[in-house]
Design a protein around this ligand. Sequence first.
Ligand SMILES: C[S@@+](CC[C@H](N)C(=O)[O-])C[C@H]1O[C@@H](n2cnc3c(N)ncnc32)[C@H](O)[C@@H]1O
Length: 235
Amino acid sequence: MFTLKEEFPQYYNYQGRRISKKLSNTNINLLNNHYYKYTLDKKIIDYHKVKDEKKKINFNKSNFSQINLEIGFGDGEYLLRSAYSKPKELFIGVDVYINGIVKVLKKILEHGIENIMLSNVNCLFFLDSLASKSIDNLVIINPDPWTKKKHHKRRLISFQNIQLFNHVIKYKHSIKITTDSPSYVEAIQEIFNEKKEFLDELKFEILNKSDDLYGISRYQRKAIEKGQNIYLLTI
Ligand SMILES: C[S@@+](CC[C@H](N)C(=O)[O-])C[C@H]1O[C@@H](n2cnc3c(N)ncnc32)[C@H](O)[C@@H]1O
């Protein structure tokens, strides 16, 4: 785990926080001893070293009925819940946040979960290494809002990145993004207005308590407690 990160730091780079508290020796050992069984990091880096189309990751040979991808899974609450409830489907979680990787890895080992794969690289490298049309459902639960105007350029949902998302999904309208940030919603709507000729329709709704994606993460619940709406954008 750490050898890859040290050897190829460029794939793990990210402008926000990647570690919230220092990893204990126990957690470092956990990563060193078990992460390799559940990670796609090596495959991603192997692809980028040669950029050979044949080395792109696809799940053609997998026995899973659906391939789901969650970008920025944070503490992994939604990723784990989804994996428990749909054991025949594969759930891939990508997050640069190493403490989140540790949390999910612990649960995987504790409960013998067999349908989660993880990656700690910046998701843009991951998306780039995937074969086209390899993902059934892509979900992003409350991406970092980067509320200050000077930080808007750091936002994950940009025209360029939407094109990367579109490239890896099998079907239209299988990308779901939730956010509590009205300014982020407006910025995404603006992208769709400006780039109409390249993008399909954007669906927008405000989630209700009874909706599946409502209140499904710590980050989201914090926003709900403050009385904020949770918006769902479907691409
Ligand atoms: C605001 S948090 C939300 C976490 C979780 N989805 C939730 O709702 O609690 C955004 C997460 O996205 C991750 N993230 C942001 N940009 C990323 C990137 N380029 N690649 C991978 N993960 C990223 C961050 O590390 C963080 O865990």
